[in-house]
Design a protein around this ligand. Structure first.
Ligand SMILES: [Mn+2]
Length: 498
């Protein structure tokens, strides 16, 4: 990629020299807990803008990525993008590297929020130092005298930051900052394709200005394609990271199941060195009794190939879960055993290639419910109603532990998406970072408490458009899929999702 001397990365490096900041006050620009590309870029670019335009000498401006550093490698398109534009991840500040609570308590903190407008519950005590909000989601935030709120429902929050910079400080724009700002806009707006229903005239206007000022920016299409590829590239991830990238957990009474989407062939996955000890460590570390891995890959003609593996250290549980999946009829997964030499793993090819994780989850929920009922004692239920009532006491719930893979709408699941500008594309990781005591009544009448709001479409294994194959990244294929997205999206919206 064409590069010029830049000031942004060196500026970020200075943020890291913490001992330089003693006695200073902090103005932190905080992205949302999903820490998708848009959130990250909005935080970096707004903090840079503030630093370059502030006359204050006792304020240090710090963009903070609202995840632990440990989780950053899971955001594969963000790590890819930063590398492309020459910003070192060593120069970033993550949430676990700055004690915001401490700064707040000592009266040294000011906050700007980008790509979200209200602090999550765990952070809400800092609400009174929020002086600025820039967001592109529908919000219930009340305007307050001491807080400047800019909310516009554009395709990408980065558009709003770009607008601010064009308007107030065009002189700070250099090649790197322009590259930085354009990336999430192109990604969130599905390569600025109107049919995707995400791009607004303001997004297009600002991308066009950036491109006219910096004609050597990577062509849009190539940038979009490479970011899409990076999104599902798990080649650099450890087993633990690969499993955490797109994970759901089902909590039964005494059993917790993890269901992980993975994007490489099962054989390749299982043959990784030290795999069994990795799986054991993964389950132990996160408290799972069994893991169901659901690889999805694609043939050269983009037909999805699904496989499935069950892992558990507990022989009986392994057999029971495997049997439940083998014998499922609604739908039948059409599993055929792949010989694999381990007493802790059963491996399958899944003949039913449209049975996504969304279809597999109810099978496993059902398994957990029956198991809990069996364990709950010998007394038979006297009526169906009694059994139904009893189910409510099982303490069964589903936990969405996906906190990354901001799938792109082209690839993702539409079942649980939220009515927000990002839900369709780009950064639906948002809202999925940390527990928010989210409750919703599920269709089976159970009060389904999740640590996270519903998964917006974010997973290659969840189903929908991807069931028909990985999108070919040609203009025609994108348009064709986008038409589908638009339809599904409006359906979801009309049902009042969220
Ligand atoms: Mn966003």
């Amino acid at each position: 990629m064409f590069q010029l001397a830049t000031t942004l990365d060196p500026w970020l490096r200075m943020r890291c020299l913490k001992n330089e900041h003693e006695g200073l006050d902090f103005h932190v620009v905080l992205g949302n807990e999903a820490c998708d590309l848009d959130s990250m870029v909005s935080a970096l670019s707004l903090a840079y803008y503030l630093a370059k335009t502030s006359s204050s000498t006792n304020l240090v401006f710090v963009p903070v990525l609202n995840i632990p550093r440990e989780d950053f490698p899971l955001r594969t398109e963000s790590t890819f993008f930063l590398k492309e534009i020459g910003i070192s991840k060593e120069h970033l500040t993550f949430r676990d590297e700055i004690d915001l609570g401490d700064l707040y308590e000592s009266g040294r903190l000011v906050l700007s929020l980008v790509d979200h407008s209200v602090l999550p519950r765990a952070d809400s005590f800092m609400e009174d130092v929020v002086t600025e909000v820039i967001d592109h989601h529908v919000t219930e935030r009340k305007t307050a005298l001491n807080c400047r709120v800019t909310i516009e429902l554009v395709g990408s929050c980065s558009t709003l930051i770009a607008e601010k910079i064009f308007r107030d400080a065009p002189h700070i724009l250099d090649f790197q900052l322009a590259s930085l700002l354009r990336g999430p806009i192109v990604l969130d707006c599905v390569n600025m394709t109107p049919a995707a229903g995400r791009v607004t005239p303001k997004d297009t206007e600002h991308v066009t200005i950036l491109e006219s000022k910096f004609p050597h920016l990577t062509p849009r299409g190539a940038l979009f394609d490479s970011m899409m590829k990076a999104k599902i590239d798990v080649s650099g991830l450890s087993t633990d990271q690969m499993l955490r990238k797109d994970l759901k957990a089902l909590l039964g009474r005494n059993v917790t199941l993890a269901i992980a989407a993975i994007y490489i062939e099962l054989e390749t996955f299982l043959r990784r060195e030290g795999m069994e000890s990795d799986l054991r460590a993964f389950c132990r570390r996160h408290g799972y009794h069994a893991l169901i891995a659901m690889p999805v890959t694609f043939t050269s003609s983009n037909v999805p190939v699904r496989q499935l593996a069950v892992y558990s250290q507990q022989g009986e549980l392994l057999q029971l879960v495997s049997k439940a999946l083998e014998q499922a009829t609604n739908p039948s997964l059409e599993l055929s055993r792949i010989p694999f030499d381990s007493k802790h793993i059963t491996a399958y090819n899944q003949g039913n290639a449209v049975a996504s994780r969304k279809k597999v989850l109810p099978i496993l929920k059902d398994f957990l419910k029956k198991r809990s009922l069996n364990e709950s004692g010998a007394r038979p239920m006297h009526s169906f109603q009694e059994a139904e009532d009893y189910k409510g006491q099982l303490g069964f719930n589903e936990q969405n532990v996906v906190d990354n893979l901001e799938g792109n709408g082209l690839l993702d699941d539409f079942g649980e998406q939220q009515d927000n500008p990002d839900a369709c594309v780009g950064d639906e990781w948002k809202y999925k970072g940390y527990p928010t005591c989210f409750r919703k009544q599920t269709e089976d009448g159970l009060d389904d408490e999740k640590s996270f709001p519903p998964t917006p479409m974010n997973s290659l294994v969840e189903g929908c458009p991807l069931d028909r194959g990985l999108p070919k990244l040609t203009a025609e294929a994108i348009l064709e899929r986008i038409n589908r997205i638009t339809v599904v999206d409006s359906e979801v919206k009309s049902t009042g999702s969220q």
